[in-house]
Design a protein around this ligand. Sequence first.
Ligand SMILES: Nc1ncnc2c1ncn2[C@@H]1O[C@H](COP(=O)(O)OP(=O)(O)OP(=O)(O)O)[C@@H](O)[C@H]1O
Ligand SMILES: [Mg+2]
Length: 283
Amino acid sequence: MMNMAEQILPAAEMERTGGKGEPVIRLENVYKTYDLGEIQVQALRGVSLEVMAGEFVAVMGPSGSGKSTVMNILGCLDRPTKGRYFLDGVDVSGMSKDELARIRNKKLGFVFQQFNLLSRTSALENVELPTVYAGIKPEERTRRAMESLRRVGLADRAGHHPSQLSGGQQQRVAIARGLVNQPAILLADEPTGNLDSRTSIEIMEILQTLNEEQGLTIVLVTHEPDIAQFTKRNLEFRDGKLKRDRLVEERLNAREVLKAMPTAEEEAAEDAGAAGGAGTGAG
Ligand SMILES: Nc1ncnc2c1ncn2[C@@H]1O[C@H](COP(=O)(O)OP(=O)(O)OP(=O)(O)O)[C@@H](O)[C@H]1O
Ligand SMILES: [Mg+2]
């Protein structure tokens, strides 16, 4: 079943790239070595890859294979030891920390496994924060943050603090925060890592919608093959190298999967039925 998908076929490659020219991400033979004095850890060993605008990519691979390291480089949080990184056609591999910070603010949005929301601050203010660093005028900040919350379906929760929101809602606020400066790329490191399976699929539904309806380019790290099946392309890392690059066949549609799943209430009712020893079926 997997054999067909292991290589990118020319037609699929055309469809993936839409025939368009410049990739938004291009890594050329990138190495990353962490120098710990006594030992050196080669976290990336010659990685080359391209991501075109509008792609939705899952980065996979075992623990320690270099996923977060490559995401940190893509996110301009770190620089390659060797090799080059072109972001939106611009070589950023030799840039200073300040230049990288500026590019990061303008072009990139981030979502993490830990939602990293400020707890004493409303959802709206959390989402507004990156616009402050980007130097946007105050009245424009609020408008943008509200618009961003609307995109993740949380406009009606703008005044809630993180503790008044579910885990899935908190992650949606974090996604809204990642989108508020209108980035070219959204980078997400294990965004569903702390969520139950239904909530994870709800997050994937939002990401699929942003990708398909608004053309947002997304790169996400996941350990879970089920989650990767919602994306369009899977990159598999092993020992700091890109081992496999394949298009997802029989891609899952999160909205459809959710429709077929029991709701939280149905599950609770079923559990209650089972606990009560009612073996005759609830329907
Ligand atoms: N700051 C650092 N200093 C030294 N070594 C590091 C550092 N960050 C990562 N490494 C090492 O680089 C290698 C790749 O780590 P990385 O965090 O990229 O793995 P990963 O694929 O994200 O793993 P996981 O699935 O556990 O998150 C590992 O051997 C790790 O120990
Ligand atoms: Mg990691």
